[in-house]
Write a protein that binds this ligand. Structure first.
Ligand SMILES: Cc1cc2nc3c(=O)[nH]c(=O)nc-3n(C[C@H](O)[C@H](O)[C@H](O)COP(=O)(O)OP(=O)(O)OC[C@H]3O[C@@H](n4cnc5c(N)ncnc54)[C@H](O)[C@@H]3O)c2cc1C
Length: 464
């Protein structure tokens, strides 16, 4: 590994200065509430920041960046912590949740969103207008953290990556100046901000294009896992000819036998098709016929989905939890891939994975250009994603073993690439970008932040 930047430890005098500048806003190890405030959403990542700063207003970010530059300390924004990694160790974490501005220009269909706004909060406002942002499966991630990483949305097939709908980024740069960056004010920096992560400044607000979503039809179809083969084949058949307005994800679930899991899911294993359609119920039901005619279905939640309740389709947990994940992009999902995947995680296996997901991509994601952001076009038609819940070290070992088996099983079908926001905690960001895009991101980092004032959870330059 090459070492491009070095980060000195934060000395106590420097921290005292920060605390004096922003009294009551800085926590250090040993302070009451440290445990809760210093951890990310992913509890299995033992992140060890040097201090946590609760930002109250934009001026606090300016003060923190100037302090960091003066003392040679790295700072990092972590609004929610869905992307927690140990790359953030020894940084000062900025909690930006107080930056909650939401301003909508309905004529231009542009939302200005503060760096603390979660997707659910933005959609609660835009749904009234029949407009949507490019939200993912959960309402919980911050809009800014999601867009900085690219952001794979339910509506990506219709409208592309979330990052490609960003029109301006307000950030505090390495000199501690508040700037509004656009494609014309600083084309290279703007390009890097459209999917290259949090390495280029502390973003205080973003302006995003909104998209029409007058009616969303969607929900979940669920069968026992014994139906996985015909369900996955129907998923593939429908997705192969789906219009861009229709997005399907197939999932295999294994629920633990815990009291908090309702019957009949408790201790059970299932296969689902999750659906989002930008259009009418009649059109969606016609498109979904091969899925709807499969026997032995346990559940059908299809119906009109208010935008503000989009998270109900995938119904992912919002409380912090331990998570291990692996993912990759698939060049196909043919019968061989289905058989090989099910041999590892299908009925009859004892796979210790809570979720194995295959998302259909394509559409506008594939039509993107390299000029829109470092992810460029996503040409692979499917993505696989596996999630385990490592409640104990021996469980984590079994999860990692199973991840390796899934990767081997799908090896002939993967391209080696994965999406930036789906990188595992220890994955190299080079897996998300072409060599050319990664080199360009590194060049932008060296130009805009030569002393390493900012550190992303997935730094584009390796640490020394
Ligand atoms: C339950 C769940 C569902 C998910 N679903 C999807 C999905 O459907 N599609 C998808 O693409 N991803 C998905 N993700 C991944 C998630 O979108 C990314 O981890 C995203 O980065 C989370 O942003 P956050 O702000 O919530 O997390 P954080 O961990 O708080 O932030 C992530 C990183 O973003 C950068 N960052 C955040 N805010 C700022 C800022 N103001 N200035 C500078 N840098 C900043 C930092 O580098 C930070 O480490 C999901 C994650 C979870 C846990």
């Amino acid at each position: 590994m090459t070492h491009d930047l070095t980060y000195p430890a934060v000395d106590n005098e420097a921290l005292d200065e920060l605390t004096a500048m922003l009294p009551g806003q800085v926590l250090v190890p040993g302070d009451p509430g440290w445990e809760e405030h210093s951890r990310g959403w992913i509890l299995s990542v033992d992140q060890r920041p040097r201090a946590v700063l609760t930002v109250g207003e934009t001026e606090d970010v300016v003060a923190a960046a100037r302090w960091a530059a003066r003392h040679g300390v790295a700072i990092s924004a972590q609004p929610v912590g869905h992307g927690a990694t140990t790359a953030l160790d020894d940084t000062v974490l900025l909690r930006t949740r107080a930056l909650r501005e939401i301003t909508i220009d309905t004529e231009q269909r542009i939302a200005r969103v503060g760096a603390g706004v979660k997707w659910g909060e933005l959609l609660a406002v835009t749904s009234e207008l029949g407009l949507t942002g490019l939200v993912g499966s959960s309402p919980d991630p911050s809009v800014v953290g999601f867009c900085l990483g690219g952001g794979l949305s339910w509506f990506g097939r219709a409208y592309g990556l979330a990052a490609h709908s960003v029109v301006a980024v307000e950030l505090v740069d390495a000199a501690g100046e508040l700037r509004r960056v656009t494609a014309s004010s600083d084309p290279e920096l703007f390009w890097a901000l459209c999917g290259g992560g949090g390495d280029f400044g502390i973003v205080t607000a973003m302006e995003l294009r909104l998209h029409p979503a007058p009616h969303v039809f969607g929900g979940r179809l669920l069968w026992p896992i014994e139906m996985a083969r015909p369900v996955l084949k129907a998923f593939r058949a429908v997705s192969a000819t789906a219009p861009d307005a229709l997005t399907l994800w197939a999932q295999l679930f294994r629920f633990p036998a815990l009291d908090e899991i309702p019957e009949p899911l408790r201790g059970g294993a299932f296969v689902s098709i999750d659906v989002s359609y930008l259009g009418s119920a009649e059109e969606a039901l016609a498109l979904l016929e091969p899925c709807l005619e499969l026997p032995a279905r346990w559940l059908n939640t299809l119906g009109t989905v208010p935008l503000a309740e989009l998270g109900s389709i995938a119904a992912e947990p919002v409380d912090p939890m331990p998570v291990s994940e692996t993912s990759g992009l698939l060049r196909d999902f043919d019968d061989v891939a289905i058989d090989r995947l099910l041999a590892v995680v299908g009925a009859g296996s004892t796979a210790p994975l809570a979720v194995v997901q295959v998302r259909h991509l394509g559409g506008a994601l594939a039509r993107a250009s390299a000029a829109e952001g470092p992810a460029g076009a996503v040409l692979e038609p499917y993505q696989f994603f596996c999630l385990g819940v490592p409640v104990a070290p021996e469980v984590e070992a079994a999860i990692q073993e199973c991840f390796a088996e899934v990767r081997t099983a799908l090896g002939g079908h993967t391209t080696g690439r994965t999406m930036f926001t789906f990188l595992g905690a220890d994955d190299d960001p080079g897996r998300a970008f072409s060599p050319g895009a990664l080199a360009r991101l590194r060049e932008v980092k060296r130009r805009t932040d030569p002393d390493g004032v900012f550190r992303s959870n997935r730094p584009v330059l390796s640490r020394g």
